[in-house]
Design a protein around this ligand. Structure first.
Ligand code: GS8
Length: 220
């Protein structure tokens, strides 16, 4: 067999890696998945992403592309299929899709981490911040099927991997995201009906186990 032209350096529980897996599945790209040990980084990862030394990295024809949202945009252009584009072609809608993906990157990851890193009063504040962010995203969704319109795309791919955390955050902070943001949860269910999404997101219980293990290690 010819060696694979497309390789993904990833870590199974990474929300950023999940974005790339979804985009590749949407485009029907075959690739070799290489699980990385982030506590003991491979020579390949260090060579392919010498700046950030982080996964995900997509290697296409020997050349690396780094940063999940940039990788998703690359996939959209490199496997160009007019009937299936992840970014809208309209410049305004394209800018909107990028705006929301950027908002998710700047806010959601840290807000989620703050919930798991805190307790008591501090956790209550973190929880409120997180729900407020989800409400902003729910407002953008409005009555639409997807974040930027009626088709699944770039902004949805930026957000949907975070649903993998929800079970854990709900348990940790004793909350129900469905009660707080029912339309967003309906959107999650809609996205999960796509094979590209359901096959790319691992079982949320596995994330819970990982999170509990890491809290134990930190002596929580
Ligand atoms: C973030 C990647 C990242 O944080 C992106 O691709 O969008 N902005 C980047 N990757 C983490 C794993 S996921 O939590 C990572 O590789 N961490 C290793 C490290 O920090 O040493």
């Amino acid at each position: 067999m010819e060696s694979c032209d497309v390789v993904l350096l990833d870590f199974w529980a990474s929300v950023f890696g999940i974005r790339v897996r979804i985009a590749l599945a949407e485009k029907g790209v075959n690739y070799e998945y290489k699980e990385q040990d982030l506590a003991n980084k491979s020579q390949l990862l260090l060579e392919m992403n010498p700046v950030h030394k982080k996964i995900p990295v997509l290697i296409h024809g020997g050349k690396p592309i780094c940063e999940s949202n940039i990788i998703v945009q690359y996939i959209d252009e490199a496997w160009n299929d007019k009937s299936l584009t992840l970014l809208p072609s309209d410049p305004y809608l394209k800018a909107q899709a990028r705006f929301w993906a950027d908002f998710i990157d700047k806010k959601l990851y840290d807000a989620g981490k703050r919930i798991s890193a805190s307790k008591g009063e501090e956790q209550e504040v973190a929880k409120k911040e997180f729900i407020d962010l989800l409400r902003v995203l729910e407002g953008q969704l409005g009555e639409k099927q997807y974040l930027i319109g009626e088709s699944f795309g770039y902004a949805d791919i930026a957000l949907i991997p975070f649903s993998f955390w929800f079970y854990t955050l709900e348990k940790m902070a004793n909350m129900s995201i469905e009660n707080e943001c029912p339309k967003l949860v309906a959107w999650i269910k809609r996205c999960m009906e796509r094979e590209s999404v359901s096959k790319s997101i691992p079982d949320p219980l596995k994330f819970y186990e990982l999170a509990m293990e890491s809290l134990k290690k930190q002596g929580h």
